[in-house]
Write a protein that binds this ligand. Structure first.
Ligand SMILES: Nc1nc2c(ncn2[C@@H]2O[C@H](COP(=O)(O)OP(=O)(O)O)[C@@H](O)[C@H]2O)c(=O)[nH]1
Ligand SMILES: Nc1ncnc2c1ncn2[C@@H]1O[C@H](COP(=O)(O)OP(=O)(O)O)[C@@H](O)[C@H]1O
Length: 388
């Protein structure tokens, strides 16, 4: 790519350029100024294969940057519009896409080794229940409590299936208890930005993929994560808005008794888990990390307390589910009305007003909280004369 920005891409925060490459490919490009940089999003199809590339022009150094791009990318079709929102993300609205795949966001992430990083996030209509992060030392009873919850309310809760490099235990199933993997593939997936968080626990690698949480949440269930304290800290720092619960043993002796009685680990592993347990119990006291601490002494009592705290959160934060969430329309064109509202022209001659005033979450996961409202069927509006 050359050093200079083409004249046609300057001086505009929202700009669309149609580009024809050759007879077999077609592309569409937007350039959006954001601080000292201009983000160029270029979608193209070549021999039936779609790609979306992001390049950045740094106005200060007058040089082009190819950033590391994380997250699930949109599949590009007939073009897109771009608009800068709240000075913190760029919204991309795809044309010729179903509504549930039409709204995407591009966000700047923390630099890695001095290099620019951006991440994609798919926009979702309506809100979702907050995930629940459950942490606590090995053997405290996290798995037991989570299983009880899932058994009693199978349609309400879903488990985030983590990846791990540890070997499966007897009766553990791949894809159910964990995605069992090897270190090389997991490290590659981490580099590719597929993980919300990861940590080295008891000398194995564990991590929550973005997909693991989002598939549960997309299905309308409340996602439950069983992760260690380091993982909880990473999730706290991420865009995922969750409730954090720490499960404590009634005593260290009881924890050791449970670990031994479970009989899933060799002595060396038990010792390692007990050493780490002391550190976790200390770390859990960090201010602002956990919202709730439950002591798992009598199992039924602890389980009731867990259900109570989840119920009280549900009452305090009632869900706003858009009635239009499952609307299946093909967005044929997009008009940016304000930085919070877009007018979506649909293939059946209807128009929808997309409202992005109340976004929640974001890259590298989904961006939720979008809303859509139907507008009178097209008439004069085709010519742009409808008042919003
Ligand atoms: N950070 C992080 N920790 C995880 C994840 N999945 C499991 N863990 C934690 O890893 C630790 C070991 O889990 P596991 O090997 O199943 O042993 P157990 O805790 O003794 O049952 C526990 O503290 C889990 O909470 C994950 O995706 N991320
Ligand atoms: N409240 C409790 N009282 C006695 N034993 C318990 C209690 N909660 C769990 N256990 C037992 O302790 C062991 C460890 O529980 P588990 O759920 O595997 O812990 P974690 O998932 O935190 O490692 C299991 O054998 C489980 O049956």
């Amino acid at each position: 790519m050359g050093e200079e920005v083409p004249e046609s891409m300057m001086n505009s925060s929202v700009e669309k350029l149609s580009v024809a490459y050759d007879s077999e490919s077609a592309g569409y490009r937007t350039s959006t100024n954001f601080g000292d940089k201009m983000y160029v999003v270029e979608g193209s199809e070549y021999r039936g294969k779609s790609s979306v590339n992001v390049t950045i022009f740094d106005h200060l150094t007058r040089s082009w940057i190819i950033p590391t791009v994380l997250g699930l990318k949109p599949v590009h079709v007939g073009g897109h519009s771009a608009v800068l929102l709240n000075n913190d993300r760029i919204s991309i609205v795809k044309k010729d896409s179903m509504l549930d795949d039409s709204i995407w966001f591009l966000e700047e992430q923390k630099k890695v080794l001095g290099s620019e990083v951006v991440a994609w996030s798919k926009g979702v209509i309506g809100n979702a229940p907050k995930p629940i992060v459950i942490s606590g030392p090995s053997g405290v009873g996290k798995g037991t409590l989570i299983s009880k919850l899932m058994k009693e309310f199978p349609t309400m809760y879903g488990f985030s299936v983590s990846h791990t490099t540890r070997a499966p235990r007897e009766r553990e199933l791949d894809g159910v208890h964990y995605h069992f993997t090897d270190r090389i593939s997991m490290e590659k997936d981490i580099r590719d930005g597929k993980f919300l968080e990861f940590a080295s626990v008891h000398e194995n690698l564990y991590g929550t993929s973005i997909e693991a949480v989002e598939v549960v949440t997309d299905s309308g269930k409340r996602c439950i994560l069983d992760i260690d304290v380091q993982g909880a800290r990473s999730v706290r720092a991420s865009s995922l808005d969750a409730i954090f619960v720490f499960i404590c043993p009634p005593s260290f002796e009881e924890l050791e008794k449970r670990l031994r009685a479970r009989a899933t680990e060799a002595e060396e592993q038990i010792q390692k888990r007990l050493r780490n347990a002391r550190a976790e119990l200390d770390e859990a006291k960090s201010p602002g990390l956990f919202d709730h601490v439950l002591v798992n002494d009598e199992l039924e009592l602890c389980y009731d307390n867990l259900k109570k705290l989840i119920a009280s959160d549900e009452i305090a934060n009632p869900l706003h589910r858009s009635t239009m969430k499952n609307l299946k329309v093909l967005v044929s064109d997009v008009e940016v009305k304000t930085d919070k509202t877009f007018l979506l022209h649909c293939d059946d001659n209807d128009q929808l007003l997309l409202d992005i005033s109340y976004l929640k979450g974001g890259a590298p996961g989904r961006t939720r909280g979008l809303d859509v409202y139907p507008i009178e069927p097209l008439g004069d509006a085709v010519n742009g004369s409808t008042q919003l």
